[in-house]
Design a binder for this molecule. Structure first.
Ligand code: GLY
Length: 361
């Protein structure tokens, strides 16, 4: 992955005073402090939250002498999304002025907690997202959803607080666990399926193999997300299309945990389940569903619920209730035809149960 020296690609999420500028490139991380300085010239201090695994593999350049960095190391991955991590960040950053930013470096979990801490200090200080995973670049860094988990469920404490700047350096993907890199392809495929047929075609050609190919598909996914967020920042309408694969996916994650099933793997299985419901409703042909299954498998992603999953636990995680009338409604983003998707708000327990129990090749 080497295109150092090339101008970064640019994208923008236009939300007025809360807009996000996105920079994508190979070899951007070594220039991180110059980017902070350029954007916040008056800052004497800067917060830094970094995933401890990333810190061990991605040495950062020294900060300039005139910039005091208030650093907190976060536990690796989903373990960072706790109120304990949030408190540690708030304690470290409480003295920052509102023109002094924080930089958050890591995968989706680090961005979620770091962004949420930034949202709470002085009712919102600016932050710079530096995603180091495919999911972080294509999804978590863009759109301003920030959160920590609560015992009652994932992401239940959070805020909409878009970063001022996203710096996505695809070289950081080189040290990502290959399983996580592959899992992240599910979020890219989702964006293609929802509204970018060119992205879908690129992914059908196989997983990206060099920096330019990664930049190309991530940039396209970011653009898909940016347009949906601009149209519906608060997630009451079209933005919900980005939940394609996530209804069943989140339930599987809750039942199996992140070690057994990565987020992207759960989303891939969830996309096939949603496609099954779409086929049952005549929104999509069985052949289009088979194409999607083949595409996902070619990328190295699972499409079937893993053997041994407790069916009752999965149904409970989905909010299904066998005592309730089968007309109980669930909201799903369902694929339509060979590309595109729509929000459907009346999916029944019976439809979900039918796709989860059906056997496929
Ligand atoms: N991850 C889906 C969204 O940001 O809306």
């Amino acid at each position: 992955m080497d295109s150092a020296g090339a101008e970064p690609r640019r994208e923008r999420v236009e939300l007025g005073a809360r807009s996000t500028d996105v920079r994508l490139g190979a070899g951007l991380l070594p220039h991180i402090w110059a980017a902070v300085r350029a954007r916040f010239p008056a800052a004497a201090r800067c917060g830094l939250a970094i995933d401890s695994h990333v810190a061990a593999h991605q040495p950062l350049p020294a900060a300039p002498a005139d910039l005091e960095v208030l650093e907190v190391r976060l536990p690796r991955g989903e373990a960072a999304k706790t109120r304990e991590s949030l408190s540690a960040l708030q304690d470290a950053w409480i003295g920052l002025r509102r023109d002094e930013p924080v930089v958050v470096i890591g995968g989706g979990a680090a961005l979620d907690v770091g962004g949420f801490a930034a949202a709470t200090v002085r009712r919102g200080i600016p932050w710079i997202a530096v995603p180091t995973s495919v999911v972080g670049m294509a999804d978590a860094a863009v759109g301003g959803k920030t959160a920590v988990n609560h015992a009652a469920g994932k992401n239940l404490l959070g805020a909409f607080h878009p970063p001022a700047l996203v710096i996505a350096d695809v070289r950081t993907l080189e040290t990502l666990d290959p399983r996580d890199r592959v899992a992240g392809l599910a979020e890219l495929y989702k964006c293609g399926r929802v509204s970018d047929a060119v992205l879908l075609t690129r992914l059908r050609e196989g997983a990206p193999t060099d920096a330019e190919a990664w930049l190309d598909v991530i940039h396209r996914a970011v653009a898909v997300k940016a347009r949906l967020v601009e149209a519906d920042e608060r997630d009451g309408g079209q933005r919900r299309l980005l939940n394609y694969g996530h209804t069943v996916g989140h339930a599987l994650e809750r039942v199996l945990g992140n070690e057994r099933l990565r987020h992207g793997e759960a989303v891939a299985i969830g996309m096939d389940a949603a496609a099954g419901i779409a086929v049952g409703r005549g929104l999509m042909s069985d052949a289009d569903r088979a194409t999607q299954r083949a595409d996902l498998r070619r990328l190295g992603l699972p499409v079937d619920v893993p053997a041994g999953v407790d069916a009752e636990a999965l149904q409970a995680a989905l909010g299904m209730d066998k005592k309730r009338a089968s007309g109980a409604a669930h909201v799903f983003a369902l694929p339509v035809g060979s590309t595109g998707a729509r929000i459907v708000e009346d999916v029944t327990d019976a439809e979900i149960a039918a796709v989860l129990t059906a056997k496929r090749d």
